[in-house]
Every structure is written in structure tokens, then in C-alpha cells.
Design a protein around this ligand. Structure first.
Ligand SMILES: [Zn+2]
Ligand SMILES: [Zn+2]
Length: 108
């Protein structure tokens, strides 16, 4: 996770024409962060199949899916993928609880 240098808000990955950037969830500050390799933009096909988009929560840049938080029991979480460099290694999927912010990972 990265935080906004201006207001301390959570920085979310976003894909724009020039490439991936991190955009502040609170004030909209955008930066080309140094840790962009942590985020992989989800292909549209995968997104349609696996993700339920919640209209009221359209503000965060991350897609959401049904996943149960082990901390508070909430059943909706933001998720993103992190591709490791070695091709034979598993893709790691990260989840962040939409309610309490608890973050965990899962190997596919
Ligand atoms: Zn900010
Ligand atoms: Zn939670």
C-alpha cells in the first residue's frame, strides 16, 4: 500500500493512456509510484467473469469481488493481481476488505 504525500489518503492503482499511475483516493493526487510492479491491470475478460461491480462504491479504482474477510466477516473485498517474474510461479491475488481494510493474499 502507498499513501498520498499530500493528504495521507490511500493511493489506488489506475490505468491511464500514459500507463499505470497511483491516484489518491481522497484528493485525487496522481503519481507514477516506484512500486507499480506490484499491480497488474486486470484484463477485461477476467474482470467480467469474476467481478461484481458495486455502483455505490464506484470511487475506488480497484474491482470488488465476493470474499470473506477473516477479520470482520464482511463479504466484499477489493482485489488485484501481482504477477511474479518467473513464469512458472503462481500469480498472487490480493484482497482488501471493503469494510475494515484488512488485506490478505491468495495463491491461484
Ligand atoms: Zn491525497
Ligand atoms: Zn474486514
Amino acid at each position: 500500500m502507498q499513501f498520498c504525500p499530500k493528504c495521507g489518503g490511500l493511493m489506488l492503482p489506475k490505468q491511464i493512456k500514459e500507463g499505470p499511475v497511483l491516484v489518491c483516493n481522497a484528493c485525487g493526487y496522481a503519481t507514477k509510484g516506484a512500486k507499480l510492479e506490484e499491480y497488474k491491470v486486470v484484463k477485461p475478460a477476467e474482470r467480467e467473469e469474476m467481478v461484481t461491480v458495486i455502483e455505490e462504491e464506484a470511487k475506488p479504482a480497484l474491482p470488488t469481488t465476493r470474499a470473506k474477510c477473516s477479520k470482520c466477516g464482511h463479504d466484499t473485498a477489493y482485489w488485484w493481481l501481482r504477477q511474479t517474474r518467473a513464469a512458472d510461479e503462481a500469480t498472487t491475488r490480493f484482497y482488501r476488505c471493503a469494510k475494515c481494510g484488512h488485506t490478505w493474499r491468495e495463491y491461484s
